[in-house]
Design a protein around this ligand. Structure first.
Ligand SMILES: Cc1ncc(COP(=O)(O)O)c(C=O)c1O
Length: 360
């Protein structure tokens, strides 16, 4: 008899991350994964190195110091925080915990691919809700809900579109959803947003037992390699996650560097300032090339080439110049590419390469 994985698993198209190398090209601009171009803070690097003599020890399974560090920095309750190996792990654990075979998970049309992937792994059915002009449409999300819906996922801001849902709309979504549906707000990019009508979702978590906010150290904190994410949720959901997660799911190095990173407010501010300056500059330069970009409150932006073939040629052209950005076909946005905001020098290289491409 042949081995057979659980239903749904073979329907998964494995997640393909951003490229990091090009054969024969030395200087590479890595702008495909929304990483922090300044890297991690010096304090985080020092903390990472400081644990070298303890590598034979298991880490604290409850990530106590990391949870306390996050709670202090963000003014939250440490008992409602669960840390994970990247927010990816926590998104998957939430699905595993609340979604069974045949249950439905609603997510927005251009939402993060890990939502449908995690749902299929659990044997659930991913249900896409249409967006309007690359913005999440709360009415469409509510209309996609059925009696089988267990979770509604929403990234705010959304990757890859860069748009966001206002506090008012987010609250309306929660109040119009059934109480037995978990609302997961993936706030991976929230630190970049300054808009007055935006909230990360922490207050909604404190007001409702059925809301989870997920966060990451992979973006503004520049620690993608260490895989650190956290969920903010009710103590009941935290109890569930603590039962299903691995007992030592966050490494010692990750915990040490994470505490230092979240305390380094100057590095966070520097990273944010660089991003907003270069995002504006880049969009203006792209407009001069007669290409359109979409409003983005994240550390990335979609550039529209007006057609899938043109976008694919641009992707290839940029790759040959050592500029690695992300093709968007997997997100149903094949006429776009997504460019992460890098250093000033990197963004100039992208503009020079796009100029050469449009002049070809
Ligand atoms: C919206 C969104 N959520 C979650 C993640 C995963 O982040 P992590 O590195 O914490 O797993 C990403 C990474 O690109 C993302 O864009």
């Amino acid at each position: 008899m042949a081995l057979k994985p659980q239903p749904g698993i073979m329907d998964v198209s494995p997640y393909v991350g951003g490229k990091s190398k090009v054969e024969g090209v030395d200087r590479i601009c890595r702008l495909a994964s929304n990483e922090n171009p300044l890297g991690a803070s010096d304090a985080a690097k020092e903390a990472y190195q400081s644990i070298a003599d303890d590598l034979h020890r298991y880490p604290d399974g409850g990530s106590y110091l990391l949870r306390s560090g996050i709670a202090d920095a963000e003014n939250l309750d440490a008992d409602r925080i669960v840390c994970g190996a990247g927010s990816d792990e926590l998104l998957g654990l939430l699905i595993q915990s609340y979604v069974g075979i045949g249950d439905e998970v609603v997510y927005n049309e251009h939402g993060f691919l890990m939502y449908p992937i995690g749902t299929k792994i659990a044997g659930g059915v991913p249900v896409k809700s249409a967006e309007k002009d690359l913005r999440i449409d709360i009415d469409a999300m509510l209309a996609a809900v059925t009696e089988k819906t267990r979770i509604v996922f929403l990234a705010n801001p959304n990757n890859p579109t860069g748009s966001y849902v206002t506090e008012h709309e987010l609250r309306r979504l929660r109040s119009e959803l059934r109480g037995d549906i978990l609302l997961v707000i993936d706030a991976a990019y929230c630190e970049y947003v300054d808009n007055a009508d935006y909230i990360s979702g922490a207050s909604l978590v404190e007001e409702n037992d059925n809301v989870v906010m997920t966060r990451t150290f992979s973006k503004i904190h520049g620690l993608a390699a260490l895989r650190i994410g956290w969920a903010y949720c009710s103590t009941e959901v935290a109890d569930v996650l603590n039962r299903v997660r691995g007992p030592f799911n966050v490494s010692l190095a990750a915990q040490a560097a994470g505490v230092a990173a979240i305390q380094d407010k100057a590095h966070i501010e520097r990273s944010k300032e660089l991003n907003s300056r270069l995002l504006n500059w880049f969009r203006q330069q792209v407009a001069e090339l007669k290409l359109t970009t979409h409003d983005s409150v994240g550390n990335f932006v979609l550039v529209n080439f007006g057609g899938a073939e043109r976008a694919a040629s641009a992707l290839e052209f940029l790759k040959n110049k050592g500029v690695l950005v992300r093709g968007m076909a997997a997100y149903g946005l094949a006429e776009h590419i997504r460019v992460s905001i890098g250093t000033e020098e990197e963004m100039r290289v992208v503009i020079d390469s796009l100029t050469a491409f449009t002049n070809e």
